[in-house]
Design a protein around this ligand. Structure first.
Ligand code: ACO
Ligand code: LMR
Length: 613
């Protein structure tokens, strides 16, 4: 782009270092200005590449990310502004690289703390290359209705209130980025707004000076008056005084130099900006304001009168017909970001999930409303945690202890059972732990470890209906249903299952009542008449004891007992328990580096038959 203007409605930038918020704010400004193209052409993130998703108005667009400035500039030669978010440590090298790219005309260095020597180096190079540096230590600049650098001018509301979504008549230049945003707002209130605003940054050696931008404004017909906000420290403002005296500056200029409060301090004060230190008397705000006033600029008595001085100058220019106030236009309504709108309560959406068992949004996760800190402090058990997360209640001690007993005694039953076998085979096939565990878990079902819920339901139903054990067995036979919880492949009346013995004696010792266990044991007596292995097996025992627990502890309502049996959660006890053993088997095979398992031929009955005619 030629001519005194730095930006236009077609300006595009490359942004160095990934700053998603700054990118979105630029594109939101574009939308308010009704730009047709986004002002960010590409991002540069050393060492990475890809695409960054961002809103351009209502639509989402993808902005490419390149690992180097060279590649980005090559792919986007139309982008002539380089916004450098590098830290003070790498700002020099990255800005040097940008200046060396032919397509880059303006480099904005955001970082504070860039070493003076490096800044002076960059400035010298930029002058030689006839390029512009804004900064270091700046928020950048803006051309109203056209292009803004990163976070310049702040929020969308401030931008609209400051009328920055369309061009005004004022050229504004300042050292301070923060005060610039204030000034944009003041200018929006006191004039028809800014045409272009630049914050040159607060370092002692800014890439471009107050005067350099003022001289650009002199050449820009759109700029009818100039406002300058200087700062104590340095001599930059005296160059402006000289330019007024030699007639270079002709347009009306209203100025103020901040830092007049420094005089109340007994010693020299370093203000926020590196350059804001009034060493010599000449560099004080008073001296500068005095010099500017004597040179013929409009300089108020204090910052508090700055807006009045601006208003008076602007009104005079309007009266003289020098300024035709810009027409106020309403910007397009920018869609609210969903998260913001939700927070503000201006939108609502149905939730997709309901969770009633835990919540991690606070300082610590809660299980059914109990903070984990309290669970630990009160030395609660694993059984308590399972009760809270599965049943959303705390069980009496003997109940949570039953859960732990089940986890301990059903954790494993050797390598030959279905679940262990599949976990072992999958592990020897090279599957990872999770996949091998899942393989074993998939064998849990009505004939292996998954009969707990059915046993609980059938035994409770038979008992509640007052059936005798014999009537119950005969009824199941008539229905041709194998009684869940009865029978075992290797355990029998002669070779009792120790696990079942342990559970039964625990219940007899600790449960207030064992009505349903007693019924199941009567059924067992019936089934043993048929075969020695038709014992109450561990699934059956776990299921029936849980029914006794729920029905005799007083901790569950009848509806809750029904719900728990209907949704079938008791098999979860076997799943949780046996996952411990299955993981053990997987680890065992990994340690053994066991080869791929293959069934021996004599383990298979081959009955191959051909269907071919
Ligand atoms: N109820 C009634 N009769 C049964 C039962 C039962 N639960 N289990 C076996 N029988 C009968 C069979 O009907 C068969 O009778 P039949 O010869 O007149 O046909 C006879 O006993 C032998 O049947 P098999 O299938 O050979 O018995 P097996 O010993 O292989 O079965 C098994 C063991 C799978 C546990 C079986 O008893 C069963 O399915 N039980 C019900 C489901 C169950 O409780 N599973 C959990 C087991 S424990 C655990 O996995 C940790
Ligand atoms: C087990 O707990 O795995 C067993 O009861 C099943 C079996 O076959 O031993």
């Amino acid at each position: 782009m030629e001519g005194p203007q730095l930006f236009s409605k077609d300006t595009q930038a490359l942004i160095y270092n990934f700053k998603p918020n700054a990118v979105q704010r630029m594109l939101d400004f574009d939308y308010l200005c009704r730009r047709k193209t986004p002002s960010v052409a590409a991002l540069i993130e050393p060492g990475s590449s890809g695409l960054h998703k961002v809103f351009f108005g209502r639509n989402e667009i993808l902005i490419p990310i390149y690992p180097t400035t060279e590649e980005a500039a090559k792919k986007h030669p139309q982008a002539d502004v380089f916004i450098n978010f590098a830290s003070f440590r790498s700002a020099y090298a990255s800005s040097l690289k940008a200046l060396s790219e032919k397509s880059i005309k303006t480099v904005v260095i955001i970082a504070e703390g860039v070493p003076e020597r490096e800044a002076r180096d960059l400035i010298a190079l930029s002058k030689k290359m006839k390029k512009i540096i804004i900064g270091p230590a700046t928020v950048g600049g803006i051309q109203a209705g056209a292009f803004k650098v990163a976070n310049t001018a702040g929020t969308v509301d401030n931008i609209i209130e400051s009328k920055l979504h369309r061009p005004g008549s004022v050229g504004f230049v300042s050292k301070s980025g923060g005060l610039s945003n204030e000034m944009y707002h003041m200018l929006g209130m006191t004039t028809d707004g800014v045409f272009e605003g630049i914050a040159i940054g607060g370092d002692a050696f800014p890439g471009t000076t107050l005067l350099e931008h003022i001289l650009r404004f002199e050449k820009m017909p759109q700029v009818k008056m100039i406002v300058m906000l200087g700062e104590l420290g340095g001599r930059d403002e005296y160059d402006v005084v000289d330019a007024k005296k030699n007639g270079t500056i002709k347009k009306p200029l209203v100025a103020w130099v901040t830092g007049t409060c420094a005089k109340v301090f007994p010693t020299e004060v370093q203000f926020g900006h590196a350059g804001a230190k009034s060493g010599a008397q000449l560099e004080t705000a008073e001296a500068k304001n005095k010099a500017l006033r004597e040179a013929g600029f409009v300089v108020p008595k204090s910052f508090e009168d700055f807006d009045k001085a601006i208003t008076a100058t602007y009104s005079d220019l309007v009266k003289k017909g020098v300024i035709i106030p810009a027409t106020d236009i309403d910007p397009p309504a920018l869609p609210a970001d969903y998260g913001e709108a939700l927070k503000a309560g201006s939108v609502r959406r149905p939730t997709n999930f309901i969770c009633t068992i835990s919540d991690d949004r606070g300082e610590e996760v809660t299980y059914a409303g109990v903070p984990i800190g309290r669970i630990v402090e009160e030395n609660r058990s694993l059984g308590d945690v399972i009760s809270l997360l599965w049943f959303k209640k705390s069980l009496p001690k003997y109940g949570s202890r039953l859960i732990e007993l089940v986890l301990m005694i059903a954790a494993d039953h050797g390598p030959c059972v279905s679940g262990a076998h599949n976990s072992i085979v999958a592990s020897r096939a090279g599957k990872d732990l999770v996949s091998s565990l899942a393989s074993g878990m998939l064998t849990i079902g009505p004939r292996f470890g998954g009969a707990i819920d059915d046993a609980a339901r059938y035994f409770k139903d038979g008992c509640d209906r007052g059936l005798s054990a014999e009537e119950f067995v005969n009824e199941m036979k008539r229905k041709d249903i194998r009684i869940p919880g009865i029978g075992h492949r290797v355990k029998s009346a002669k070779n009792p299952d120790k696990r079942v013995e342990l559970l039964k004696s625990y219940a007899k010792k600790n449960f207030p009542k064992t009505k349903y266990l007693d019924f199941a044991l009567e059924v067992e007596q019936e089934t043993l008449k048929k075969a020695n292995n038709l014992i109450l097996n561990v699934d059956g025992c776990i299921g029936i004891l849980f029914v006794d627990l729920m029905c005799s502890s007083g901790a569950f309502s009848d509806d809750e007992v029904k719900e728990i049996l209907d949704i079938g959660c008791l098999n979860g006890l076997f799943v949780l328990a046996r996952s411990i053993g299955m993981i053990g088997h997987v680890l065992d095979q990994k340690r053994l580096k066991a080869p791929l398992y293959r069934h021996p031929y004599d383990d298979v009955l081959f009955m191959e038959e051909s269907k071919e005619k």
